[in-house]
Design a protein around this ligand. Structure first.
Ligand SMILES: NC(=O)c1ccc[n+]([C@@H]2O[C@H](COP(=O)([O-])OP(=O)(O)OC[C@H]3O[C@@H](n4cnc5c(N)ncnc54)[C@H](OP(=O)(O)O)[C@@H]3O)[C@@H](O)[C@H]2O)c1
Length: 318
């Protein structure tokens, strides 16, 4: 007989209320995979975007689905050809967003997409990091190839990705300008931003400055609105893929270089992140923690777009 686990499932696309607690079989790890007993999971906006059905051409109509990607927990079983991870190791990472599966007691993930948790963080703090931190890292380091001394503007600096982008930009030695609403300006400055603009008072399209990178984390300042605020050799990076972005990327007449970040979970990136966390340079900000059973309220809060840092689900006691 199948061994069973508690999981949040949804039997169709819809509002947060379509999610419910259920029992599902515990998955088995295949070659190169590990089974993790999850202690904490973190939400990301893509979770409610998928749950609402907006990504149906990619996510299809196979139900029930288990939402969630970010997790931290302990390894319970390993498949063949897994070398770097043992049973009982504490690990963190994220499963591919279109696959999900983290709002459950157990998940199977590829061993090379996860890493040991930072030694200085608990499960909730660890779960807060993988997707958001790697988005910031891969946007600024890999796409924009930012070097110490260069300048970045981080638009939407107080949410899950933004708060980590500011801290990672600091580690990278960048000059940081950032935007958020008035209630978060002090927090963003305390994370390391050199100047912080309240976008409710200052028009971000009229700053009269140029930056080597404009990182549109929130996703409402596309290249067409802010290209004049990017240096000639600079770059615009957004988190929101759109047909226009892809056309601009291949347009030889585009005013500035531009890219869309599509985050991937990589063991080597998580290990680099561990070194920053363990040195004290990067620390996740957690806004709210909900028990797994209150996933509906947690999704509704994430969907309000007012989260300061991360929203966490406590799946099992620490
Ligand atoms: N492509 C990828 O690989 C990838 C990866 C990760 C995330 N993303 C996308 O990136 C976006 C941000 O993700 P996230 O996790 O940071 O989201 P989040 O945590 O939900 O962001 C919440 C923040 O958004 C800010 N905000 C709300 N309205 C705003 C506005 N009009 N202008 C500027 N900021 C505003 C809020 O700050 P204030 O209250 O201070 O305004 C709040 O702190 C999402 O759309 C997500 O889907 C994409």
């Amino acid at each position: 007989m199948d061994r069973r686990m508690k999981a949040i499932i949804y039997p169709k696309y819809g509002p947060a209320e379509v999610m419910q607690m259920a029992e599902r079989p515990i998955p088995e790890p295949g070659e190169g995979e590990v089974l993790v007993e999850i202690k904490a999971a973190a939400l990301n906006p893509i979770d409610y975007v998928i749950r609402s059905g907006h990504m149906w051409p990619v996510t299809g109509f196979r139900f029930p689905k288990i939402p969630g990607s970010d997790f931290a927990g302990g390894v319970k079983n390993i498949g063949k050809k897994v070398n770097n991870i043992k049973v009982n190791d504490l690990v963190y990472g994220f499963s591919p967003t279109f696959v999900g599966g983290a709002c459950a007691e157990y998940i199977v993930v590829k061993a090379d997409s996860i890493a040991h948790m930072p030694t200085t963080l608990n499960f909730q703090q660890s779960a807060a990091l993988p997707l958001a931190a790697q988005t910031a890292m891969q946007a600024m380091r890999d796409l924009a190839n930012m070097q110490a001394g260069q300048s970045v503007f981080i638009h939407g600096a107080s949410g899950g990705v933004g708060q980590l982008a500011v801290q990672i930009a600091k580690v990278m030695g960048l000059k940081i300008s950032a935007s958020c609403s008035f209630r978060n300006t002090e927090m963003v400055a305390s994370l390391g931003a050199d100047e912080v603009f309240d976008y409710t008072k200052t028009d971000i399209r009229k700053l009269g400055q140029q930056f080597d990178l404009f990182f549109d984390v929130y996703g409402n300042m596309p290249l067409g609105k802010v290209w004049h605020q990017i240096t000639e050799k600079g770059m615009h990076v957004t988190t929101i893929p759109s047909p226009l972005n892809f056309l601009q990327q291949i347009n030889p007449f585009a005013k500035r270089r531009n890219r869309v970040v599509v985050v991937k979970s990589r063991r080597e990136d998580l290990l680099l992140l561990n070194s920053w966390v363990e040195s004290g340079a990067v620390k996740p900000i957690i806004d709210r923690v909900y028990p797994l059973a209150e996933v509906v309220a947690a999704h509704q809060y994430q969907e309000s777009k007012r989260a300061r840092g991360k929203v966490i689900l406590q799946v099992a006691p620490e």
